[in-house]
Design a binder for this molecule. Structure first.
Ligand code: BES
Ligand code: ZN
Ligand code: ZN
Length: 519
């Protein structure tokens, strides 16, 4: 457990076990010199030589720990290098996140029980110190995440009290930033935990129960769950065609957060929730089935975002819709060539039962349009393997025709480190999903290539009035290479960016308010 607090006492007056110093290269910034001289006068008169001897000079990625003793108590000094911070502001922020994450991981390794850190100067990051605090708090949680529930030789839980030094500043603002960071950091880690849980534990039944438990904690959050019977009444032939192959009944989950102001705009988030994707009758080869437990990452992200909004109370109504299914082959499963009809009456030829994400999301988006007429729909899905080729594992693929929405989402990605990258989409791609026998085919024609875009185009035909954006997290939801705070397994991709996007959207002072659809 991490317990994070603010302190307005002077840095050195805090009674902690560890002092963390985020230092620039060459250790020559005013605050670096200050901390060094304090350690020199009280503990190590030859500190500079010691650091030099061990080649610590604040380069990016460096860490160094020194132990001292005061009144019979051990103290630890953690030196963490930030490098020159001479890159673009968003890159500098990412360097800070990773440096802080390495401090967290080293403190965890050493079972540090309490620590303090001062916020760095804001200049290289071009954001406020409130934003820095928020991001470092989120990052503390993310860096601490491990999926170890099933390891019998795991170490005791790490309990640490972390203090952020915010002396002489806007304490109320910092308190809000801290609350934001704690709420989002723990939401991200719960989502990651669900995503990491395997398909024998997380299935439509258990995940829908988790959603209900989340909603039960908050007055401003309601949850509706229904199964096959109601889905049939609603005409969700597309959703049901995927669900029916499994022993686990498909569940359709709707979480509703209502803003206090009844005139607030409405955003619907639709998250793909395939708790395991075998491919169905179009069975995946076993090497491609590896990791298909992650195929509900969109749904887990949406459920935890809804919890976060219930806590943060933005001035925007948010609807979280997660169709939950297990995609299995069986005597009851859909076949290739089957034709099904979605809730909006469009018929779909199933060319591959492995292109199941778009089938369940089609009905989710119809449901959002029919019952909520949202201003904006954003869907989040581990939708296509092609995504890894299009944008790699470090960017979420963004597909939208709405330039303002695109700009706002990219900006949130850039600020939070949850990066997005846009792919092109226009009418020419629409033809790729033509079918000879139905209104649409569920796979894009091979001649068009661009599987990520043609899949997005398929989804677009289930949007009616709303402004819409699609996030393909297939290549970012798990196993992001080279990022220490994402580690192994689930990453929580899209949660930080969407949290920022929606909170800013609901903020009256924000530039984003001109996004509100006033038609
Ligand atoms: N869940 C997969 C997409 C995926 C692939 C996610 C690899 C993460 C890693 C999706 O349901 C799928 O199987 N898509 C097919 C679509 C194809 C049949 C048109 C794909 O990408 O191969
Ligand atoms: Zn599939
Ligand atoms: Zn899938």
């Amino acid at each position: 457990m991490l317990s994070i607090k603010l302190t307005d006492k002077k840095f050195w007056e805090n009674n902690v076990e560890a002092y963390v110093f985020l230092m620039k290269e060459n250790l020559d910034s005013a605050s670096d010199l200050d901390s060094l001289s304090k350690i020199e006068t009280e503990f190590y008169p030859h500190l500079k030589q010691i650091l030099k001897r061990h080649k610590f000079n604040g380069q990016k990625g460096q860490t160094y720990v020194l132990t001292a003793e005061k009144n019979g108590k051990l103290l630890q000094f953690f030196f963490v290098g930030l490098g020159k911070l001479d890159q673009a502001w968003d890159r500098n922020l990412e360097i800070l996140r990773r440096a802080w994450a390495s401090a967290i991981q080293r403190m965890k390794h050493l079972s540090i029980e309490s620590a303090i850190v001062a916020l760095p100067e804001t200049e290289p990051f071009k954001v406020s110190s409130l934003e820095l605090l928020k991001q470092l708090v989120i990052n503390s949680y993310m860096a601490n995440y491990e999926f170890i529930q099933f390891k019998s030789n795991k170490k005791d839980d790490w309990n640490c009290q972390l203090l952020f030094d915010v002396v002489d500043a806007d304490f109320t603002g910092f308190t809000q930033a801290l609350e934001y960071g704690k709420a989002l950091g723990s939401a991200i880690n719960t989502a990651r935990h669900w995503i990491d849980l395997p398909g024998n534990i997380i299935h439509p039944g258990t995940l829908s129960e988790e959603a209900q438990k989340v909603a039960a904690e908050y007055k401003n959050l309601s949850c509706t769950v229904f199964g096959h019977e109601r889905a049939q009444e609603l005409g969700m032939g597309s959703f049901l065609s995927v669900a029916k192959g499994s022993e686990h009944e498909g569940k359709f989950v709707i979480l509703e957060y209502k803003a206090a102001d009844s005139t607030a705009p409405t955003i619907a988030l639709c998250g793909k929730g395939v708790t395991f994707d075998t491919g169905g009758i179009s069975l995946k080869p076993s090497s491609s089935m590896d990791g298909m437990k992650y195929d509900m990452a969109g749904a887990a992200s949406v459920i935890m975002l809804m919890k976060f909004f219930a806590q943060l109370k933005p001035n925007v109504n948010v609807i979280g819709i997660t169709p939950l299914v297990e995609n299995m082959p069986s005597g009851r499963a859909s076949r290739q060539d089957d034709i099904v009809v979605a809730m909006n009456g469009k018929s779909i030829e199933i060319k591959s039962t492995d292109a199941e994400g778009r089938l369940i999301l089609a009905d989710a988006m119809c449901y959002a349009e029919k019952f909520y007429t949202p201003d904006i729909i954003i869907d989040i899905a581990t939708l296509t393997g092609a995504c890894a080729y299009a944008v790699g594992h470090l960017h979420i693929a963004l597909v939208t025709r709405d330039e303002d929405l695109k700009a706002a989402l990219l900006a949130s990605g850039k600020l939070t480190g949850d990066k997005l990258w846009p792919l092109p989409i226009d009418d020419d791609f629409v033809l790729a999903n033509n079918s000879d026998v139905a209104d649409l085919a569920n796979t894009g024609a091979r001649s068009y290539g661009a599987g990520t875009i043609t899949a997005a185009c398929f989804l677009e035909s289930f949007v009616n009035k709303a402004r819409w954006a699609h996030l393909d997290i297939a290549s970012t939801a798990s196993d992001a290479p080279g990022i220490n705070y994402l580690g192994k397994g689930a990453t929580g991709a899209s949660i930080r960016a969407l949290a920022d996007f929606i909170i800013s959207y609901g903020n009256q002072d924000s530039l984003m308010k001109n996004l509100h659809n006033t038609e």
